[in-house]
Design a binder for this molecule. Structure first.
Ligand code: SF4
Length: 380
C-alpha cells in the first residue's frame, strides 16, 4: 500500500497526489450519489466527506471463488474504480492484486487484525466450505472458515461480495460436496452487507464504500441484507424492454424479428421478473452494457440459490394469466421460485430511501438502517 504520509491524508488529497483531476473527482461523487439513489443535493455532502475522511483499512479475502468479483471491480468505472475507489481505502490484503506473497502477505493480514481491531472493513469473495471441517479451501494451512471467523469477527463490518459469498453461489449448487455457504450462514451475527450478483457490480461496491465514508454506516438493506439502492427494485421494473412485455411483443427465437427489434426476452427464459438488481441502471464493463442490453435474458444471478432455481436458463417462467398486459410479475415470480423467499417489496424501495433521507434531514444526523452503529475512527 501507499506510505504513511498518504494514509494521513483525506481521500481527496490522496487522489490529488495520484493526478486525479478535480473534475473527475466531482463526477465520481455525483455518479455515486445517483447510484445510491440519493438526490443530487447529496453530492456536495459526499464531496465534503471524501475530502475530509481518513482512509480506513480494507482486507479482501478470497475463498471458493473464480476472482470474478475482483475482475468486475477493477473494470468498474463511473469513473475509475482503479483510479479512485482503490484510494478510498487502504487495501492491506488482497490475494489477487497485492505485491507481497507468502509469509509477508499473511503478516499484513495478521497486523491489520491485531492492530486495527474493530476498525477495518472486510470484503469476502467466494463461498465458505463447511463440510469435513472446511478442508476444501485452506490458505496457509488454515481453513477458510477459521480465517473468516477471525478476520470478519474482528472487523468493523464485512461486505460479502458476489453470489458465492452472499448465498453460496455455484459451489453451493445441488450436488456440491463441500458444504459451501455464504458468509452470513457460515458466521452468523456479523455486521454484514450482501452485495450479490455473479459477478457483483463494482459500482455497487464503490457506492457502498462511499456511503460508509459519507454517513459512517452501511446502507439500508432488504431482508436478505442486500442494499436497497442496488437490490431494491426488480430488473423487470427497470428494463428498457418492459414496454414490449406490456404490449405482448416477445422475441421467440435468437435472431428472429422480435429479437432483432429489441422485444421482450421473457419467452426466451428471462428471469428479470424474479431478480432484484440495478443492472439496467449502472450496467457492466465500464457502464458499456448489460446482459439484456445485448439481447440475452437475465439469468437471475443476484438471487439466492440462483443456479438451482434459475436453470435451465432458457426455460420460460410459468405462464402469466394476463401476459401481454400490465401485470404484477411478483405474483408469478414468487410461485416459480419458492426459494427466493426474501423477494423485496419492490415498490417500498422509493419510500424507504425517501424516509431515510427525511430522517437525515430531520435530525441532521445519520439514517436509520438495520445495521446502525457508530463507525470507528479511521486511521489517523
Ligand atoms: S421479462 Fe426480461 S426482457 Fe422482458 S421486460 Fe422483463 S426483464 Fe425485460
Amino acid at each position: 500500500m501507499e506510505n504513511n504520509e498518504v494514509l494521513q491524508d483525506g481521500v481527496w488529497s490522496a487522489l490529488e497526489k495520484r493526478g486525479v483531476s478535480r473534475r473527475r473527482f466531482l463526477k465520481f461523487c455525483s455518479v455515486m450519489a445517483g447510484t445510491l439513489a440519493l438526490p443530487m443535493g447529496y453530492t456536495s455532502r459526499i464531496v465534503q466527506a471524501l475530502e475530509q475522511t481518513k482512509r480506513p483499512s480494507l482486507v479482501w479475502l478470497e475463498f471458493q471463488d473464480c476472482a470474478g468479483n475482483t475482475e468486475s471491480a477493477l473494470r468498474a468505472s463511473h469513473p475509475g474504480f482503479a483510479e479512485i475507489v482503490l484510494d478510498l481505502l487502504s487495501w492491506n490484503y488482497h490475494e489477487t492484486v497485492m505485491a507481497p506473497s507468502g509469509k509477508a502477505a499473511e503478516k499484513s493480514l495478521a497486523d491489520t487484525v491485531s492492530l486495527e481491531k474493530g476498525k477495518y472493513l472486510v470484503v469476502v469473495e467466494g463461498s465458505i466450505p463447511t463440510a469435513d471441517n472446511g478442508i476444501y479451501c485452506t490458505i496457509g494451512g488454515r481453513s477458510a472458515l477459521d480465517i473468516a471467523k477471525e478476520v470478519c469477527g474482528n472487523a468493523y463490518a464485512t461486505i460479502a461480495l458476489g453470489t458465492c459469498a452472499t448465498f453460496g453461489g455455484i459451489p453451493a449448487a445441488r450436488g456440491g460436496i463441500t458444504g459451501a455457504v455464504g458468509v452470513d450462514k457460515a458466521i452468523p451475527g456479523l455486521r454484514l452487507i450482501n452485495l450479490s450478483g455473479c459477478p457483483a457490480n463494482g459500482a455497487n461496491l464503490a457506492a457502498t464504500l462511499v456511503h460508509y465514508l459519507t454517513f459512517k454506516e452501511l446502507p439500508a438493506t432488504d431482508n436478505l441484507k442486500r442494499p436497497l439502492f442496488a437490490h431494491g427494485e426488480r430488473i423487470h421494473d427497470l428494463c428498457p424492454r418492459r414496454a414490449h412485455y406490456d404490449a405482448g411483443q416477445f422475441a421467440m427465437d435468437w435472431g428472429d424479428e422480435g429479437h432483432r427489434n429489441g422485444w421482450c426476452l421473457y419467452k426466451m427464459g428471462c428471469k428479470g421478473p424474479n431478480t432484484n438488481y440495478n443492472c439496467a441502471k449502472i450496467q457492466y464493463n465500464d457502464g458499456t452494457n448489460w446482459p439484456i442490453g445485448v439481447g440475452h435474458g437475465c439469468v437471475g444471478c443476484a438471487q439466492p440459490a440462483f443456479w438451482d432455481t434459475m436453470t435451465p436458463f432458457y426455460r420460460t417462467l410459468p405462464s402469466l394469466p394476463n401476459i401481454g398486459v400490465e401485470t404484477s410479475a411478483e405474483t408469478f415470480g414468487v410461485g416459480f421460485i419458492g426459494a427466493v423467499a426474501g423477494l423485496t417489496a419492490v415498490h417500498a424501495v422509493g419510500s424507504v430511501i425517501r424516509n431515510q433521507i427525511k430522517k437525515r434531514n430531520d435530525d441532521n444526523s445519520l439514517p436509520i438502517t438495520s445495521q446502525r452503529a457508530e463507525a470507528p475512527e479511521s486511521n489517523e
